[in-house]
Design a protein around this ligand. Structure first.
Ligand code: SAH
Length: 372
């Protein structure tokens, strides 16, 4: 159901938060519970649910489908990466795609999804579309989980302004018994189990009418691998892709390399700075030597622990300070980004100035003095 329309007629019964937000929150909670990697939202309208889901860190593929291209296009820019996504690429990969087409038609781009959401969609389908819908979603797409929400017509008498249906584009609105019998039959046919719940509690004393929005959560009974589903189901593409955004990710070598180089240089500069200040204190005032122990901040403590191993100690030669790569690699962020020492070497090769044997990052002392 259209959310503006819903706000209009809910002037007597007010849901807080608004019902559409409760439905989206319901999906978000489900995502947090099941951690699907690939999620498709059918009848995605203004993309507001997709926008909310792009922040769920388990999701790597998000797709939206709607029969109305204009409604998707209005807000699709909100699904594009922001400058901050490029400045700090995420560890996960994320691709968001929007398709123009009907849920009554099969398209291979809808295969391989873990979760399919149909929020306030089915009541907009013509009879012929509703007939094809189960075969497309449960038979063809066959995700592990399907969520379907639809208005509960038994709630309508509680709204003063509702004439026949809650929205002029609704083709039907079902009672709890009607929705449940359709859902149970669909689940039986395609080997899913289904559980019923909803959002929008009825007023006290009227619990019998049920939730304002009724929801069915379908879970596939037998695990199928994405590949086997795809190999059995070749179909021609019928949807038109109207939007695609590939988010910068550290899984992409290009972004990983940039992140590692910045982190290595940053870490080396900090080590050098601390090392030089200590060095200076020692040479300026030998009496302070004892006062400096133990170190006053945690970074120096950390460095102190590391340099117990002689080969990890920074050293000066001529005008250069040498920061062993092994020391830099032992820093949690560098370590996490690279995984292995070999990978660190590979990613910074030719991009960071190293000692002749490649074992240490070389930084000029002069710059330190200039900074001071
Ligand atoms: N899911 C949205 C609201 C959906 S309103 C939300 O959570 O807020 C119903 C949407 O279904 C509309 O955008 C409409 O264009 C779309 N729709 C109607 N028939 C469709 C069909 N056959 N295939 C795909 N989308 C359809």
């Amino acid at each position: 159901m259209d959310k503006n329309f819903e706000e209009e007629f809910t002037h007597i019964i007010k849901f807080q938060p608004p019902l559409y937000k409760q439905r989206h929150q319901f999906v978000k909670d489900l995502v947090e519970k099941y951690k699907p990697k690939k999620v498709a939202d059918l009848g995605c309208a203004d993309c507001s649910l997709l926008w909310m889901l792009k922040f769920c860190s388990c999701i790597e593929v998000l797709a939206g489908l709607d029969i109305c291209a204009n409604v998707m296009k209005e807000n699709m820019h909100t699904l594009s990466p922001l400058p901050v996504d490029y400045l700090q690429p995420s560890e996960r990969s994320l691709t968001v795609t929007l398709h123009h087409g009907s849920v009554a038609q099969k398209d291979p781009c809808m295969l391989g999804f873990d979760l399919v959401t149909c929020i306030e969609l089915i009541e907009h389908l013509e009879e012929s579309e509703l007939k094809k819908f189960p075969e497309v979603v449960f038979g063809f797409m066959a995700p592990s989980i399907v969520v379907i929400s639809t208005p509960n017509s038994e709630f309508n008498p509680l709204f003063q302004r509702v004439m026949l249906y809650r929205h002029p584009d609704h083709k039907f609105e079902w009672s709890q018994a009607q929705f449940q019998s359709w859902a149970l039959e669909t689940a039986r046919c395609y080997n899913y189990s289904v559980e019923f719940t909803g959002v929008g509690h009825p007023p006290t004393g009227m619990e019998k009418v049920g939730f304002c929005t009724q929801i069915g959560v379908f879970v596939r009974k037998h695990a199928q691998t994405g590949e086997s589903v795809q190999s059995e189901k070749p179909t021609e593409a019928v949807y038109k892709t109207v939007f695609k955004a590939v988010y910068p990710s550290l899984k992409d070598e290009k972004y990983l390399q940039n992140a590692v180089i910045s982190e290595v240089i940053f870490t080396a500069q900090i080590i050098k700075h601390r090392f030089m200040s200590k060095h200076k204190e020692y040479s300026d005032d030998p009496e302070r030597k004892s006062k400096c122990q133990p170190s006053m901040d945690c970074f120096s403590d950390y460095l102190g622990k590391l340099v117990v191993v002689k080969s990890m100690e920074p050293f000066v030669s001529g005008n250069e300070v040498y920061i062993p790569l092994a020391t830099i690699f032992s820093f949690p962020k560098v370590n996490r980004l690279c995984g292995t020492f070999e990978k660190l070497r590979k990613l910074i090769a030719g991009k960071v100035t190293l000692s002749s044997d490649g074992s240490a990052v070389m930084l000029n002392i002069e710059h330190e003095n200039e900074e001071n």
